[in-house]
Design a protein around this ligand. Structure first.
Ligand SMILES: C[S@@+](CC[C@H](N)C(=O)[O-])C[C@H]1O[C@@H](n2cnc3c(N)ncnc32)[C@H](O)[C@@H]1O
Length: 230
């Protein structure tokens, strides 16, 4: 049995997404897999999100809140950061870890990416890390569309996924260790998912050791596609 499967949570009634049910094991796995570079990698991702002081940020599939807390440091005490995830156990862990600090207060809500319970345009920046591969492929466009709905026109999106290892040894270790996570992880489809949801891509790249990201913005005026053509 893979480590990924051991960390799996109970099925959630509102999503076929694979939840995490063992937050402490997940954190341990994160510490081991990133070999001491997790904080640096996720702090870099928080900076790459483009979020600014005072922003309202949403972290979709926030898990234990590792990126959520780093977003809180970026937006500072005038900002707000909300993490959403279907797994009550990771949310409980995240709440315990997000004490009052220098940054924004973090709030955590149970919910699913493909049906976000937030008003249109209510966030300046939306981030999502390592969540999309937990969704069946056919639900990923709906999740991106929801992120496009809740971010304001001109607002930003950062999507982060595992970068599939290039070497044979790395591929073997990741498939053996994380199982389902990597077998459904098509990072080559990320750009299409992001533009398909109406975002404009502004950048992309890798963050060592294992991550790849896409930066995008929601255009200020969307082209209407429902007008009859002349
Ligand atoms: C690999 S973890 C990533 C957690 C965190 N973002 C991070 O980078 O450490 C994937 C998370 O996606 C969550 N998830 C699964 N299905 C989901 C869904 N339909 N909507 C939102 N999150 C979901 C899982 O519960 C889990 O916490």
């Amino acid at each position: 049995m893979s480590i990924g499967r051991l960390m799996q949570g109970k099925a959630h009634a509102d999503t076929p997404g694979v939840t995490i049910g063992a937050p402490r094991a997940y954190e341990l796995c994160g510490a081991v897999c990133f070999a001491g570079r997790r904080n640096r990698a996720f702090s870099r991702l928080a900076a790459l999100s483009g979020a600014e002081s005072g922003d309202r940020v949403l972290d979709v599939g926030c898990g234990t809140g590792y990126l959520t807390r780093r977003m809180a440091a970026v937006v500072g005490p005038r900002g707000t950061v909300t993490g959403v995830d279907p797994s009550p156990s990771v949310l409980a862990y995240a709440r315990r870890r997000s004490g009052a600090g220098q940054g924004a207060a973090c709030a955590y809500r149970e919910g699913v990416a493909e049906n976000l319970d937030f008003p249109d345009g209510s966030y300046d920046t939306v981030v999502t890390s390592l969540m999309l591969h937990h969704l069946p492929e056919e639900l990923r466009p709906a999740a991106l569309a929801e992120m496009g709905r809740v971010v304001r026109p001109g607002g930003r999106l950062l999507v982060v996924e595992f970068r599939p290892p290039r070497g044979a040894l790395g591929r073997h270790l990741v498939h053996g260790g994380l199982g389902h996570a990597m077998s459904h992880n098509r990072t080559d489809l990320l750009d299409g998912l992001v533009t398909g949801a109406g975002f404009e891509i502004r950048g992309s790249g890798d963050v060592r050791p294992w991550l790849t990201y896409v930066q995008a913005v929601r255009p200020v005026s969307r082209e209407r596609t429902d007008r009859p053509s002349r």
